[in-house]
Design a protein around this ligand. Structure first.
Ligand code: ADP
Length: 500
């Protein structure tokens, strides 16, 4: 899963986009609402504290000056207000001021007329607004954040138009910052926990699904031996794994039955065919030569038997490949094997007007191989060379060696293979555009046998000029048998061992 782990798989990405994003948005909205209401509470609390003090003072004012005439009342209210400011006992928390109608400070609780406290629009708001109250928040020239609340004095009080209290917001802001930090912390924890648990959950789906994908791909490519491991959970994924395993099992069973059927049918067909072929050849040599119909009939039977025989051989090759090619190796001389193969096809080549160029090398080339399968390699390659050659052409067999290997090259001057076909000619059942007959299994078998022998198969071709097929095998050295023993050829049915 290296590749998948490197980036987000689509399920993880979808989960990130969907679930986690929604959680994040909800958390941010909740955070914003919480902080906004906290801000309102804290700042509102300060304003409320000031207003309640104002209303106490106003209450006292209403009581003052109820006796006497209006100017006496005004004077005594003015006096009462000034006294209240002087005696104000919360000087540490609030700066209490009295303002005249132009906003000029008449008296302050601290006794100083600090200019920086004169900012803010609260006085103006109180004068112009209908409620007679103004609130503003601003920074003093020293940078301190303050809230100022102004309330108009409801009764005439000797030129005093408004009361004003200014209080520092430093502590309130500090408290607000604590709330911000606290709620941000909670939000991060919530997001972290939901991301972690979500990722854990998504991974628990993504990982097994990726494994299912890998295994299913291998099964789709024809590897019916792979199985998914038993899932720990009996959930949907666990059951999917079981189903895929059952499916692979059923496919493998069908495949086995098919192979067994092909294998037994081809063996059954081959025995009578061999005897028919033998008898046709015998009768052909002895027949009365003057009966034309008879001779033509025998020739046709002979040719058709050959074709049937070749088809049965292909079927046998196929079932051998499906069941794993069984090798029965021994030390062989590649030179002798090549010579045998050349002799085997010589008659047929003569009949088709093709020359054989083969110079037997003087020294032997020992290889560790199965004689029947090695013969099959040569016959299949030579059969193709003859099939695709033109009369008058030549087929050259060359043996050469390096200190480690020996190579047998079979070169024809036939029609050649097009480049796009060349990559595919080793595939089972592949037949090129130039194909004349055959089932497309010949080179696939050759490729498999050569690989099983620890060798390599090279095919070079030029359209219209010819094809060279080279088989390279390791040279045998005493004690090296194990190196070439078939490593990858399991599953043997009793039938597939039987050979030509
Ligand atoms: P088949 O059994 O049908 O001959 P092979 O696997 O032996 O199948 O070959 C596959 C294809 O490769 C053939 O159909 C043919 O197109 C091409 N081919 C193989 N050998 C030669 C060759 N010597 N010259 C030209 N084409 C060839």
């Amino acid at each position: 899963m290296a590749k998948r782990n490197a980036g987000f798989t689509s399920i993880t990405a979808r989960w990130l986009r969907g679930s986690l994003l929604i959680t994040a948005i909800l958390v941010i909205v909740a955070e914003a609402l919480f902080l906004y209401s906290t801000y309102q509470d804290l700042y509102g609390g300060v304003r409320q504290a000031v207003l309640s003090r104002f209303s106490t003072i106003e209450g006292q004012l209403s009581a003052t000056g109820t006796a006497g005439d209006e100017s006496d009342a005004s004077a005594s209210r003015g006096l009462a207000l000034r006294r209240t400011v002087e005696l104000f006992d919360e000087k540490d928390k609030f700066e209490f001021m009295l303002l005249d109608a132009s906003g000029t400070v008449i008296a302050t609780s601290s006794g100083t007329f600090s200019r920086e406290l004169l900012g803010g629009t609260d006085f103006y708001d109180a004068m112009t607004g209908s409620s007679g109250i103004g609130v503003s928040t601003f920074r003093t020239s020293e940078g301190e954040k303050v809230m100022a609340v102004t309330a108009l004095v409801p009764h005439a009080a000797e030129g005093i138009a408004a009361m004003r209290m200014v209080t520092s917001l430093t502590l309130v802001d500090r408290r607000l910052m604590q709330y911000v930090a606290f709620s941000l912390g909670i939000a991060l924890v919530v997001l972290g926990v939901s991301a972690w648990s979500g990722l854990f959950f998504v991974r628990s789906i993504v990982r097994p699904v990726a494994q299912v994908e890998t295994i299913a791909t291998r099964i789709a490519k024809g590897d019916l031996t792979v199985r998914l491991p038993e899932s720990r959970y009996n959930d949907e994924i666990g059951r999917l794994c079981q189903t895929i395993n059952q499916m692979a099992e059923a496919l493998a069973e069908t495949e086995r039955m098919k192979n067994d059927f092909i294998s037994s049918v081809s063996h059954e067909l081959r025995t009578p065919l061999t005897s028919i072929k033998g008898w046709v050849e015998t009768i052909a040599t002895r027949a009365a030569p003057d009966d034309e119909i008879y001779r033509r009939g025998i020739a046709v039977i002979s040719a058709e038997t050959d074709r049937l025989y070749a088809m049965v051989e292909d079927l046998l090759d196929f079932s051998r490949m499906q069941n794993g090619i069984k090798l029965d190796c021994q030390v062989l001389d590649l030179v002798a094997e090549a010579t045998d193969a050349a002799l085997f096809v010589e008659a047929r080549m003569q009949k088709e007007g093709i020359r054989l160029i083969y110079e037997e090398p003087p020294e032997p080339y020992p290889v560790w191989a199965d004689p029947a399968r090695l013969r099959q390699v040569f016959v299949n390659i030579l059969d193709n060379a003859i099939k695709y050659s033109r009369p008058g052409g030549a087929i050259t067999i060359v043996l050469s060696s390096t200190p480690e290997t020996v190579t047998a090259s079979i070169r024809d001057q036939g029609r050649g293979i097009s480049p796009e076909d060349l990559e595919k000619v080793r595939l089972k059942f592949f037949k090129g555009k130039n194909s004349v007959r055959g089932s497309g299994i010949g080179l696939a078998v050759v490729d498999e046998i050569v690989a099983a022998l620890g060798g390599t198969l090279d095919i070079a071709s030029k359209l219209g000029e010819g094809t060279t097929v080279s088989v390279t095998l390791p040279l045998y050295r005493a004690g090296q048998e194990h190196l070439h023993d078939p490593l990858h050829l399991p599953e043997q049915t009793p039938d597939s061992g039987a050979q030509a």
